[in-house]
Design a binder for this molecule. Structure first.
Ligand code: FMN
Length: 208
């Protein structure tokens, strides 16, 4: 099968890409709106793009896109609006025991409703920014916006990690994260997820 992306409906491209690029890590992003409401939502178009300085990116789509005459009216998701308004966000890492709450937090709650309250999580104060972090998550990455790139109906939020909160249970005394304790989950296609603890195998780097 050959796919010409320009001639393929977006929904078909979505199915192919979310089934091909797997597993995807999940940024569970907490923000605070200018209305003071704490927001929380998962994004699996997400990754870390470097460490000097540490940089992450995630891609919130639009809540809705409405055609008015020749114009497209795009309504941003709450997370993106909050990042644009405040320049801040926290990426919380989703461990297996939090996956149900992560999933519940993706529901389309109104702007004045906090997902923290709805799914029963604790918004803890961050150190460098006003956006809260998820106390129950083992790892929180406090980020400041570097750049927002809009391309078509996509948005890419790039942020610099300013500081991190890491629960002592998930890091050893040599600074390695204990993946078997962290139990981070990854997203597959559709409603499927995977763990990062089963079936791991090692490949040593070749040396020429
Ligand atoms: C595991 C998972 C991953 C998701 N990844 C994305 C994503 O990468 N981009 C996106 O726009 N929406 C994604 N969603 C949907 C958003 O979480 C959902 O639209 C949410 O309501 C946005 O909340 P907000 O309006 O409070 O920002 C994902 C949902 C789940 C459950």
């Amino acid at each position: 099968m050959f796919v010409n992306c320009k001639e393929t409906p977006t929904q078909e491209l979505y199915k192919i890409l979310i089934g091909s690029i797997i597993p995807r890590p999940i940024a569970w992003v907490s923000t605070r709106g200018i209305n003071g409401i704490n927001n929380l939502a998962p994004f699996s178009f997400f990754n870390c793009f470097g460490v000097d300085p540490p940089m992450v990116g995630f891609a919130p789509g639009f809540k809705s896109i409405i055609k008015q005459g020749d114009e497209l009216i795009r309504e941003p998701k709450d997370t993106m609006q909050n990042v644009v308004d405040t320049g801040e966000f926290v990426v919380n890492i989703v461990s297996k025991n939090l996956s149900e709450q992560m999933n519940q937090s993706c529901a389309d709650y109104a702007k004045d409703v906090s997902e923290f309250d709805k799914v029963g999580l604790t918004p803890a104060s961050s150190s460098a920014i006003k956006a809260p972090r998820v106390l129950e998550a083992y790892i929180n990455l406090e980020c400041k916006l570097i750049q927002l790139i809009q391309h078509g109906n996509n948005n890419l939020v790039l942020g610099e990690i300013i500081c991190m909160h890491i629960d002592d249970q998930v890091i050893d005394n040599r600074g390695h994260i204990k993946s078997e304790v962290l139990q981070a989950v990854g997203r597959m296609a559709g409603n499927w997820y995977t763990t990062t603890t089963d079936g791991n195998f090692e490949l040593k780097r070749p040396r020429l």
